[in-house]
Design a protein around this ligand. Structure first.
Ligand code: HEC
Ligand code: HEC
Ligand code: HEC
Ligand code: HEC
Length: 144
């Protein structure tokens, strides 16, 4: 093989690997974060997409738009690439007319805890406070 052609081939392969590793699929669907998230607030909680997606849920089970319509992975991708956010608190402040749904407890317990109590496909989630809530981050020590 000519040296130039070989280099072009290697470059192409490297680009493809980087593209695939970035988690963006060709169909334009967003990938859920793989690690555990920490939902910040006065009572921080943990949340793992992997656990929930393994139950066969789709994104719209939790993510919805300003009209409260469920968001698909494609719709999420479109939203994020347009610079939008999925943060629940981005709407659930003054953004929703219903005063009750401006309170974080109603928003998160309403979605998370209700399902944990009722169960999904016969499987229940934790309902005790420390099943979801974690300790607040300790203040960083000087120099760490
Ligand atoms: C299924 C998961 C889950 C369980 C179980 C749960 N919570 Fe929460 N809760 C959350 C999430 C997520 C938030 C949003 C994080 C935040 O705002 O700090 C939240 C928020 C709150 C808030 C609101 C904080 C604010 O700023 O208004 C309070 C208070 C609270 N939880 C108390 C409790 C208590 C007490 C229990 C046990 C009786 C409990 N939670 C059980 C997930 C849970
Ligand atoms: C069981 C509920 C649930 C399901 C199902 C779910 N998510 Fe999430 N997702 C959340 C919560 C809660 C957050 C954190 C929101 C916050 O911080 O206010 C989040 C955050 C995200 C974020 C990070 C957003 C940001 O602004 O950093 C992405 C990306 C995401 N989800 C994609 C997806 C995709 C794609 C799917 C479907 C394949 C999905 N999620 C399914 C609950 C869910
Ligand atoms: C783009 C804006 C927007 C975002 C982002 C958003 N919501 Fe909502 N949500 C709404 C609207 C609008 C309603 C309907 C309000 C009404 O009926 O008065 C709603 C209703 C709800 C309700 C009450 C009805 C129900 O389905 O139980 C819950 C609970 C809720 N949202 C939780 C969440 C959670 C959890 C997230 C983050 C994963 C989230 N929302 C993100 C706009 C949003
Ligand atoms: C539609 C139903 C449903 C919703 C909505 C839901 N969960 Fe769950 N969750 C489950 C089920 C079912 C399990 C148990 C899974 C298992 O046993 O493998 C679970 C397990 C968990 C666990 C323990 C396992 C782990 O991942 O560490 C935590 C923590 C948790 N959920 C937090 C949350 C939070 C926080 C939210 C809201 C942002 C939420 N869940 C929304 C159904 C739900």
């Amino acid at each position: 093989m000519r040296r130039g052609a070989k280099q072009t081939l290697l470059f192409g392969l490297a680009a493809a690997v980087i593209f695939l590793a970035s988690g963006v699929s060709l169909a334009g669907t967003a990938a859920a974060p793989t690690g555990e998230l920490r939902i910040e607030g006065k009572k921080p909680a943990r949340f793992s997409h992997a656990t929930h997606l393994a139950q066969g849920m789709d994104c719209g089970q939790c993510h919805h738009d300003a009209k409260h319509q469920p968001l698909s992975a494609q719709a999420i991708e479109a939203r994020l690439s347009a610079g939008g956010t999925l943060a629940c608190g981005s709407c659930h402040t003054k953004g929703v007319a219903n005063k009750k749904l401006q309170r974080r407890k109603a928003v998160f317990h309403g979605r998370c805890r209700t399902c944990h109590k009722q169960g999904y496909n016969g499987k229940k989630g934790p309902t005790r406070c420390n099943g979801c809530h974690i300790k607040k981050k300790r203040k960083k020590l000087e120099g760490c």
